[in-house]
Design a protein around this ligand. Structure first.
Ligand SMILES: NC(=O)c1ccc[n+]([C@@H]2O[C@H](COP(=O)([O-])OP(=O)(O)OC[C@H]3O[C@@H](n4cnc5c(N)ncnc54)[C@H](OP(=O)(O)O)[C@@H]3O)[C@@H](O)[C@H]2O)c1
Length: 334
């Protein structure tokens, strides 16, 4: 495993970081607690040292599972969590409503100082820890000035409750402004072989300004493992059913592209999914790939993505195949 520094902060992360969204269950058709804890244990055993979670993932459940799985191992892991998406107040900017199991939650973006400070206390409690290694603004709340949001992070840094400040889903201009109030260690945007919007300006801005980039959904939520057939039926409540990348035509074209990666997977004695992840962590400016795993088998496999390095000729061949895929009109935009 390789470990990389997040910007100018003191925090180091494993290049494959465990993503704890799916294990929270919401939007993923539920999750199995025992398998989730085994997945985190298997990741740590395989050299993964950082774990990304958020209060909104299962309305606290993901953070609680991370606490259970890291009990007795806290000094070996970096915990990244987030703030700014709330379901228990209507202050801030309405984001979306989520109905699951007959219950609707109204989700608001709230990054006002008082709310951030209160959220941090709740996360520390759920995570059963005295500090958060990286505390990220999940989504920009346009009803709060960046100055106010960053003031909260400044205070939490000073109090030692967080070790580094980060943002997520921010534009380049927003990162630039936030960075004038508090040193921003990292941004967390979506990025995969089939979703590359950040290459235009967000990624170059962070690369040029020594701000880390922790990319999320690098397997495009499992699609880039090649395991989905065009007629796949998702479990009730799994958000992937309605995503553009999981519509039959998209799956068909993506699978044809993934077929072209199979000889490379064989050459490096690995899986197509790990070729995808290895390509991702070697894109200029990408610091860390955040990968979700439901169980220990997925976690062990994903951790191996950092155990080899695609050579320059193979990276170029992949880029040529991706160019063809792009020309077929299949690439998605966030
Ligand atoms: N900041 C944000 O707004 C934001 C948004 C999204 C995600 N994230 C973060 O990024 C993390 C990763 O993103 P993600 O979970 O959306 O997508 P992902 O990592 O691209 O895909 C994860 C899913 O793919 C499947 N999978 C993973 N490894 C596999 C393997 N080896 N073989 C077969 N299937 C495999 C699993 O689902 P199935 O087994 O059910 O197919 C897993 O839950 C999240 O957990 C979260 O921490 C952040």
């Amino acid at each position: 495993m390789e470990y990389r520094q997040l910007g100018a902060s003191s925090v180091k992360a494993s290049v494959i970081t465990y993503g704890a969204w799916a294990i929270g269950g919401t939007m993923w058709g539920g999750s199995d607690e025992k398998e989730a804890i085994e997945a985190i244990h298997a990741s740590i055993d395989a050299g993964v040292t950082s774990i990304d979670t958020a209060p909104i993932y299962g309305y606290g459940k993901s953070e609680e599972l991370v606490a259970k799985a890291t009990a007795g191992k806290r000094d070996k892991v970096q915990i990244f969590t987030k703030f700014g998406l709330v379901w228990d107040s209507t202050e801030g900017e309405h984001f979306f409503d989520l109905t699951e199991n007959g219950k609707t939650e109204n989700i608001y973006r709230n990054a006002h100082k008082k709310s951030v400070i209160a959220e941090c206390e709740r996360s520390l409690k759920r995570l059963n820890t005295d500090h958060i290694d990286l505390y990220q603004c999940h989504w920009r709340d346009h009803t709060a000035s960046l100055e106010e949001t960053m003031e909260a992070l400044q205070q939490l840094l000073k109090e030692g409750k967080i070790l580094a400040a980060g943002v997520s889903n921010f534009t380049a201009d927003e990162i630039k402004e936030a960075n004038t109030f508090v040193p921003i260690a990292s941004n967390q945007p979506p990025y995969s072989m089939v979703l590359r919007d950040i290459e235009k300006d967000v990624l170059p801005f962070c690369r040029d300004n020594n701000i880390g980039t922790i990319v999320y959904s690098p397997l495009q939520r499992g699609l880039l493992t090649g395991k989905f057939k065009p007629d796949h039926k998702f479990a009730p409540g799994d958000h992937r059913a309605s995503q553009p990348q999981f519509q039959p035509e998209f799956i068909k074209k993506t699978n044809a592209f993934l077929e072209e990666l199979k000889p490379l997977a064989a050459k490096y004695h690995t899986t197509v999914g790990n070729v995808v992840l290895n390509w991702t962590i070697h894109q200029p400016g990408v610091t860390v790939a955040l990968v979700g795993a439901r169980d220990a088998a997925q976690a062990v496999e994903n951790a191996k993505a950092a155990s080899f390095k695609l050579d320059a000729a193979d990276l170029e061949a992949i880029n040529n195949s991706l160019k063809k895929l792009n020309e077929s009109g299949v690439l998605a935009h966030s």
